[in-house]
Write a protein that binds this ligand. Structure first.
Ligand SMILES: [Zn+2]
Ligand SMILES: [Zn+2]
Length: 307
């Protein structure tokens, strides 16, 4: 079974992309602040802080935003759910509800005309980061996340999504000083952003295709290192409800290993396995390249408002 809900484009016109360029300014400012590391210098403590905050927050992104909130691939307590949302949001990628809603939309329409971020449809830079500044993508689409929107504390975090990163930056500054803030916090935040974004951009372009999904998703061993296991993106688009994305022992998946340890400690439970049927299918396809699907492109359709 493909976990992707196939939805052929019935659109006869497409709405033009409307970027808020003013909205890009804080994003650009954080990139400049990361370069402030040249001015402060980099202490050993700041370098360690950068590595730790990248790793821990990448786990928040993949184990929290993605495998828990977006796909509900395991269960946990309400308290740990809150902590996961807080940790994920310290990456400054908006609220867990906003993130999950957009991601569910991506799976529903992956690389189709309606996809929020598709390289095939809108090019590399749009899929990598410009989609974040599209005016239509600013609101949290509650209709995609009804079971998560029930929790007032998650709605609170979603609304005040900057609390977590501001708090983290403040603690780092008062603990490690200017070098800690600029390199440990800002620089690691920029690395974390682009590391995360590669899954929307590069992993729909570069890599191998084991499964014939209805999108252009790939498995990419390098991106699986950068993103703690998210690089097995073709696997994920084929079967998105399993906790692990590396389906076989040689497809390393650090996020899954951490979740497995947390399950031994009783902090998370009901990790969803990859069904034997899917694993067997993948084994028979080993070494083969699935063809790319034929896609209807936005560029081929008239824009709304045109004749
Ligand atoms: Zn996903
Ligand atoms: Zn994808």
């Amino acid at each position: 079974m493909s976990a992707v809900e196939v939805m052929s484009s019935e659109a006869t016109t497409v709405a033009p992309r409307r970027i808020s360029y003013v909205g890009t300014l804080p994003f650009l400012a954080i990139h400049l602040l990361a370069l402030g590391s040249f001015w402060t210098g980099v202490t050993t403590e700041a370098a360690i802080c950068c590595a730790v905050l990248y790793f821990v927050r990448m786990f928040g992104v993949t184990g929290g935003y993605h495998r828990y909130f977006s796909h509900r691939t395991y269960r946990t307590s309400r308290v740990f759910q809150f902590l996961l949302a807080f940790l994920a949001q310290s990456s400054a990628q908006r609220g867990a509800l906003w993130w999950a809603a957009h991601h569910r939309h991506h799976h529903r329409h992956s690389d189709q005309v309606q996809d929020t971020h598709s390289v095939a449809q809108d090019g590399f830079w749009y899929s990598h980061l410009m989609w974040i500044f599209e005016r239509d993508n600013q609101a949290t689409q509650y209709k995609y996340i009804p079971e998560l929107a029930r929790f007032p504390e998650l709605r609170f975090l979603d609304r005040y999504h900057l609390i977590a990163p501001i708090l983290m930056g403040t603690v780092v500054f008062f603990t490690l000083g200017a070098s800690g803030l600029f390199f440990g916090f800002f620089f690691s935040t920029v690395l974390l952003w682009h590391g995360t974004f590669t899954i929307n951009s590069l992993s729909h372009v570069f890599g191998t295709r084991r499964f014939a999904t209805t999108d252009n998703s790939r498995n990419n061993w390098f991106l699986a290192i950068v993103t703690l296991g998210e690089g097995w993106h073709n696997n994920h688009h084929h079967y998105c409800v399993s906790t692990r994305q590396g389906f076989y022992w040689y497809e390393y998946d650090i996020t899954y290993y951490i979740l497995k340890v947390l399950s031994w400690l009783g902090i998370v439970w009901k990790l969803q396995p990859v069904p034997a049927k899917v694993l067997a299918e993948g084994r028979t396809l080993k070494g083969q390249q699935a063809p790319l699907p034929a896609l209807t492109l936005r560029a081929e359709l008239p824009q709304a408002g045109q004749a």
